[in-house]
Design a protein around this ligand. Structure first.
Ligand code: 5GP
Ligand code: ZN
Length: 112
């Protein structure tokens, strides 16, 4: 738990979110400003500032995030989805607790 981290507070339950999946390693909840029909954030329970830091410190949590992303997509959008990690402020990262955006549904406006 990192002080003043929004996603640590959501993981801890101190800030409400619409949770769609959780287990011992990860929590997944709907993005407050969805950019697609399915837009879920998958986060590790342990704080790391970005995905590479998480891979170095807790790779099992990153693997659990991948499994969670697939499980969410299977349930909501036919198993097909984008999984995006904005990394660095210049790339659009605004919350510095590692998180993957699971985007599914109509993605015709997507960058990539
Ligand atoms: P980033 O821009 O860091 O890649 O993604 C952060 C995401 O967190 C954004 O898509 C933003 O809409 C979402 N977000 C910001 N604050 C909250 C919140 O309080 N609750 C939820 N569920 N999502 C949030
Ligand atoms: Zn955190």
């Amino acid at each position: 738990m990192s002080d003043d981290c929004l996603f640590c507070s959501i993981v801890a339950g101190d800030i409400p979110a619409e949770r769609v999946l959780e287990n011992d390693l990860v929590v997944a909840f709907r993005d407050i400003a969805p950019k697609a029909a399915t837009h879920v954030l998958v986060v590790p329970r342990t704080h790391a500032p970005d995905v590479a830091a998480l891979a170095a410190s807790a790779p099992e949590q990153l693997a659990a995030m991948a499994l969670a992303a697939q499980e969410i997509a299977d349930a909501e959008c036919g198993g097909e989805y984008k999984w995006i990690f904005n990394t660095g402020a210049g790339a659009g990262q605004t919350v510095f607790h590692a998180h993957g955006h699971v985007l599914g549904g109509d993605l015709s406006g997507s960058l990539v």
